[in-house]
Ligand binder design. Sequence first.
Ligand code: AMP
Length: 394
Amino acid sequence: MQNLKTQSLKNTRVLIRVDFNVPLNESQEITDISRISAAVPTIKKVIVNGGIPIIISHLGRPKCKDSTLSLYPVAKKLAKIMNKNVIFLDDCISKKVKSKLSSSTYGEIYLLENLRFYKEETNGDLSFAKELASLADVYINDAFGTSHRAHASTYGVAQFFKGNKYCGLLLEKEISSLNSVFKNPSRPFTAVIGGAKISSKIDVLLSLLNSVDKLIIGGGMAYTFIAAKKGKIGRSLVENNKIKAALEIIKKAKENNVNLILPIDSVNSISFKDQLASSVSEINKIPANEMGLDIGPKSIDLFNKEILSSKTILWNGPMGVFEFNNFSKGTLSVGKSICESTYKGAFSLVGGGDSIAAIKKFNLTDGVSYISTGGGAMLEYLEGKELPALKALS
Ligand code: AMP
């Protein structure tokens, strides 16, 4: 891939694909500006190098044009953050957009409307991609979060820019952070994987077994492993059709000499509600009418000890239903130990929507080495898959 840092872009229109898929509340107000701020270094770099930024992004999952998912509020927020005027154009490829951009001049910053108002975007339609490509002379992809999808504005559009496509600064940082975890990590290397379902993470678990020294498993998915080991898990979350997969992971861990660490106790509840726990039990002795919603105190101690003796840590997925205060202790404790280990010199990478939501909830964002913005993209990269949008850039 070519280097954006040294490239002169004098009076060049530069199409920048960013990830402005920001969270909105019921009144369509942006509740977290991190994704907008994260794109600013690349936009500034384009301006410093002489270019005219034409920014494109998706927001949410609209099926067609939907005013509640317009990028207009994002344009206003970006203008505020950059302290510059941002011109918002209410379409992506209309005649009006093309004519406005053809007379654009240096000093202007453009943001186009939500790409997903066109179904052609997620379909990876090449005619739509070609229209987008016609808007600029240079293309930059800075949206790691969508790089595992072959969409028109990522995979498709890059094909129309032969020698003049670049990796944005954020995307570059994402990849180098993932590489520092995967290519030559300081050891011991520990992965902490949680969340609801084993089914969505089987491939990544199997792939991690080729590189980690320790694999800690918590959250809802741990109960399928306990069921596979014939433990009594009451009414806890279980994927009966993944028992075989769990056994395969246990077997592969042994073969690869990976220390697979499962919870040893569980905090349980009679119902899926934020109420006081009904019991704390051994993980394989959960009362028949109860469900495990968090790891227990012995598991917290065990996990913390293993995390504190690690030099590289990857964290994806909460240890329990952290959204309920009564069942958030496991996730909070693991988050704190990862920060403590980082403070002592370990490299820690956190990724995946819910892990990020958890560290934000517990104010731990400054304590980890790197937060990856792309949940699905990160998992696929870690599985060793080639990400289509990155491939198209090379
Ligand atoms: P994922 O998207 O697979 O990472 O799953 C994240 C979700 O898993 C969060 O919303 C958690 O509330 C949920 N979760 C974690 N532990 C449990 C559990 N023991 N039982 C049910 N849901 C859980």
